[in-house]
Design a protein around this ligand. Structure first.
Ligand SMILES: [Zn+2]
Length: 384
């Protein structure tokens, strides 16, 4: 199984590849993301085999080795093999949202929230290449015609005119679920009506301006991730400048949204030279949205309520993953019926989420045992 790298070895309390068990936690890179679910799943299957559980359906356990970099060699190859064998899947359960034991503050305080991903955003990258007046850096043009001047105008314009904010499924159902679980009557009232106009638009705009993950759930995002120039020398004005833009599409976004969006900015800046767009090979639309009233969701919900809601109330809430999972490779095999949930208790207030991909990643032994209980129950429900 792959994990993300450890970049600051000295900052860890325990060596990140020791797997040491101390103070009630298993420490190490991957402890939360996602070795805990891999081992919990394997423990659950082992337990069921030992109990001589006889499944009525076939279960496939699929572990990719390159999930963090897109799953192009792992999950993609596994899916291709299953397809070649003519396998059709009832549904897929992959990693995804956690069980937030401290709720979703400030909206939900007294109820734990199990976030079950019913969709994930798409991934589209486009390079914009701009020509401009080059030459010796001692004689720069003063009319804004340099390639880098054009590029900086483009970046500024994009920051000032981001793609529109909108509340689409499953963020709609997420907000309704959060409203239902909220202890605050005002939030309860507002979120129960979040599908109605004009509240939906006001709410979308408000959420889009918030720091953190919620802003990305209500729009197709765009991020400039690299800038290059050609030629590249300290005393030469480059005649070409390009930027790499990464878009994360909302469900339902048009396929050519990225190109149309970028072209709208370039239209007004043609007098200084040519511009062109290059769409990258990795092109993924957002996934289908798995309905909350599907069999898959009902099974996951039941297993959560029976195994993870021991000493606390749990609200099971669908949501949109802003990142990607390996499950995208199985979309054609399962008709898009996919849920993304890691049955692992995390406390956001205590900083558990920051440890994922961060320093001092760890999982409590109690949360690990609960994850085994979840999978054991889930599999016995789903395979019966
Ligand atoms: Zn990860």
């Amino acid at each position: 199984m792959d994990v993300v790298p450890v970049t600051s070895l000295a900052a860890w309390t325990e060596p990140p590849f020791s797997g040491v068990i101390k103070d009630g936690y298993v420490w190490g890179r991957g402890a939360q993301d996602v070795k805990v679910t891999v081992f919990a799943l394997l423990e659950a299957v082992t337990a069921l085999l030992e109990q001589r559980f006889a499944p009525k359906r076939t279960l496939y356990l699929a572990f990719g080795h390159d999930e963090e970099v897109g799953g192009g060699r792992g999950a993609k190859a596994i899916a291709a093999m299953l397809e070649a064998r003519g396998v059709q899947l009832e549904f897929v359960l992959d990693e995804g949202g956690p069980l937030l034991v401290d709720g979703l503050r400030p909206f939900v305080k007294s109820t734990a929230v199990a976030l079950v991903g019913t969709a994930e955003k798409g991934y589209v990258s486009v390079d914009v290449i701009l020509e401009g007046k080059g030459g010796h850096s001692s004689l720069p043009p003063v009319d804004g015609s340099m390639a880098l001047s054009r590029l900086s105008r483009l970046l500024t314009a994009i920051d000032g005119s981001l793609p529109p904010a909108k509340i689409v499924s499953p963020t709609l159902e997420f907000l309704q679920g959060v409203g239902h679980a909220s202890d605050n009557p005002v939030i309860k009232w507002v979120l129960s009506r979040c599908h109605t106009w004009p509240l939906n638009q006001l709410l979308a705009r408000f959420l889009a301006s918030q720091p953190g993950e919620v802003a990305s759930a209500v729009r197709t995002t765009i991020a400039a991730t690299a800038v290059t120039t050609h030629p590249s020398a300290g005393n030469v004005i480059p005649s070409l400048a390009s930027a790499h833009f990464n878009f994360r599409y909302l469900p339902g976004e048009e396929e050519d949204f990225a190109q149309r969006y970028l072209q709208a900015f370039l239209k007004g800046d043609g007098k200084h030279g040519k511009s062109s767009l290059q769409v990258h090979e990795r092109f993924e639309m957002a996934s289908a949205v798995t309905p909350v009233n599907s069999t898959a969701f009902a099974l996951v919900r039941q297993a959560i309520l029976e195994t993870l809601a021991k000493d606390r109330a749990v609200a099971v809430v669908p949501f949109l993953l802003t990142g990607g999972t390996d499950s995208k490779h199985y979309q054609a095999l399962c008709g898009g019926r996919t849920l993304r949930f890691a049955p692992v208790a995390m406390n956001r207030t205590a900083g558990d989420l920051k440890r994922v991909h961060g320093i001092d990643e760890r999982v409590s032994t109690e949360a690990f045992l609960d994850a085994i209980r979840f999978f054991t129950r889930f599999l016995s429900l789903a395979l019966a």
